[in-house]
Design a protein around this ligand. Structure first.
Ligand code: ADP
Ligand code: ADP
Length: 229
């Protein structure tokens, strides 16, 4: 399960300026598709529509054949996990941040997810800028460590669909490689939509779609497009 489709999706934030002009693609269950393209192409708009922050003017988005317009926000959120460009941490422990959205998870499950994401040593700490009632200061986590918190949260949540929206773009190239490996592990067997502005930063994708000015300009297997990049 987790087959995701965009079918002839048209969208404009303001009527006189179309952003998506008939976008059709499928992320088959368990596969990875990457959307690449220049800044302003409409890539993040796709994920905003998927989370129903906005509705398409025409066309539809389906998960396992069901129009997401007919799915409750709650089940949509349960079905899709997201690792954003920058992870903003809440004013509570790293463990709380991992548990966020899956409150019923046991201590053991939280620990296991944190260990897989390699942040279990931080689990009782607060993020930077916060302090406990007894004056204990929060930890300054690096960009990569914050992405690991988002990764642990996703591992715990275990959604069938994963959206990686420029998930490594804020990192230095050494950390980027490290986080890419972790993302690749969690995307395995999950329907994954990767959003990136450079093809070279895309993890192993089954298909690459080049979006330009709201239309699909090119599509094909990873290696084929990379050879022409
Ligand atoms: P990308 O992710 O490919 O860089 P986006 O999907 O973020 O592109 O944005 C596509 C276009 O939509 C951009 O020109 C952007 O300025 C515009 N845009 C994004 N959000 C809004 C908004 N809330 N209102 C109006 N225009 C927007
Ligand atoms: P909630 O408890 O609000 O339902 P979840 O953690 O279950 O939150 O899932 C909602 C996810 O949507 C969050 O991880 C959040 O970061 C993500 N999200 C926030 N902004 C965007 C965006 N622009 N596009 C896609 N997803 C987003």
């Amino acid at each position: 399960s987790g087959d995701l489709r965009f079918e002839d999706v048209h969208f404009a934030y303001v009527p006189e300026r179309p952003i998506l002009r008939g976008v059709t693609f499928e992320v088959p269950s368990g596969k990875t598709v990457a959307i690449v393209g220049p800044s302003g192409a409409g890539k993040s708009t796709l994920s905003r529509l998927l989370f129903r922050f906005y509705e398409p003017q025409s066309g539809r988005i389906t998960i396992d054949g069901q129009d997401i317009a007919d799915v409750t926000q709650k089940s949509l959120r349960a079905a899709i996990g997201m690792v954003p460009q920058d992870t903003v941490l809440f004013n509570d422990t790293i463990g709380y941040n991992v548990r966020y959205g899956r409150w019923e998870a046991s201590e053991e499950e939280v620990h296991k997810a944190a260990a897989l994401a390699q942040i279990d040593v931080f689990i009782k700490s607060l993020p930077e800028g916060y302090e406990t009632s007894v004056g204990e200061r929060g930890l300054k986590l690096s960009g990569g460590e914050k992405q690991r918190v988002a990764i642990a949260r996703t591992i715990l949540k275990g959604p069938p669909i994963l959206v990686l929206d420029e998930a490594t773009s804020a990192l230095d190239s050494f950390t980027e490689k490290d986080i890419q490996d972790a993302l690749e592990r969690i995307s395995r067997g999950r329907t994954t939509l990767v959003i990136a502005h450079r093809l070279s930063t895309v993890i192993n994708a089954d298909e690459i779609i080049v979006l330009d000015k709201g239309v699909i300009a090119e599509r094909g297997p990873h290696a084929e497009l990379l050879a022409r990049d």
